[in-house]
Design a protein around this ligand. Structure first.
Ligand code: ARG
Length: 261
């Protein structure tokens, strides 16, 4: 008679054990320690993110992200992702975190949450050495090259009109610079850090940088999915720590010591 109840008893016991076990695993601390956050970064954007010979991403953004993850006690995996696909990847849940010199804007704030700023930037104009361009306004009758979906893209549209064919969009900054070299565009507009780095490292292209004080300051933030407050809080605490303990300054000096901002 007793035998008949044994299977049921085993089942009941294992069920209790199972639920007890999964309850324990579901506690935030246990779950968090196993999670690996997937980070998206555009890897054609030296010195912020580029691929080394081993195809690993290296650069300012990458070092900042690693330092932040370290302080926050989270595991990360950084995946090279084209800039114009980043925001969608975050919304879809394919990426948990974005670090890609992303300027914090009100429009972007509608669809994602940003950390405190970790870098201050501004737009610069790149033209051939013999160009007469002296300010952004001068680009009005010209073909302007920008990286698609960036603040430069937005600035160019504001200058010449939303659907103007004179704004030429490229998937990456190197492609935009290539077009400038070939004469397909008259100027390229982009973030100061990447522009300065490119012009400095490609002296034979005879590019010239024009700065226009009319460009506003831009603040880079790390982005997370809208509403992911728990992760954002961790990232912000970690950012504050790397600012306070000199880690961020060290990373900055490593990449920008010789670059006048
Ligand atoms: N800061 C500019 C923006 O947010 C340009 C970013 C481009 N960054 C990149 N990694 N491709 O629109």
């Amino acid at each position: 008679m007793k035998q008949r109840y044994l299977p049921a008893l085993i089942l009941a016991c294992s069920f209790i054990a199972f639920t007890a076990c999964s309850k324990k695993d579901a506690t935030p601390a246990a779950a968090e320690s196993r999670v690996e956050y997937v980070v998206g970064a555009d890897g054609a954007y030296a010195p912020f993110a580029s691929e080394n010979e081993q195809k690993e991403l290296v650069g300012f953004d990458i070092d900042i992200m690693k330092a932040v993850a370290d302080k926050a006690g989270i595991k990360i995996k950084i995946i090279n992702t084209p800039f114009d696909g980043l925001f969608n990847a975050l919304t879809q849940g394919d990426r948990d975190i974005l670090i890609s010199t992303i300027t914090i804007t009100d429009q972007r704030r509608q669809t994602m949450d940003f950390s405190e700023p970790y870098f201050v930037a501004n737009q610069l104009i790149v033209v051939p050495q013999d160009s007469k361009v002296a300010k952004f306004e001068d680009l009005k009758p010209m073909k302007i090259g920008v990286q698609s979906a960036t603040t430069a893209d937005e600035a160019a549209q504001n200058l010449v009109g939303k659907n103007s064919p004179s704004v030429k969009r490229f998937e990456s900054m190197p492609l935009a610079f290539q077009e400038l070299e070939g004469g397909g565009v008259d100027a390229v507009v982009g973030d100061n850090g990447v522009v300065t780095n490119y012009v400095k490292n490609n002296p034979t292209k005879n590019f010239h940088i024009v700065s226009d004080p009319a460009f506003p300051k831009e603040y880079y933030g790390i982005a997370v999915k809208k509403g992911n407050q728990a992760l954002l809080t961790k990232l912000n605490q970690a950012l504050a720590q790397i600012k306070a303990d000199g880690t961020e300054d060290r990373i900055y000096a490593h990449y920008f010591a010789d670059q006048k901002q």
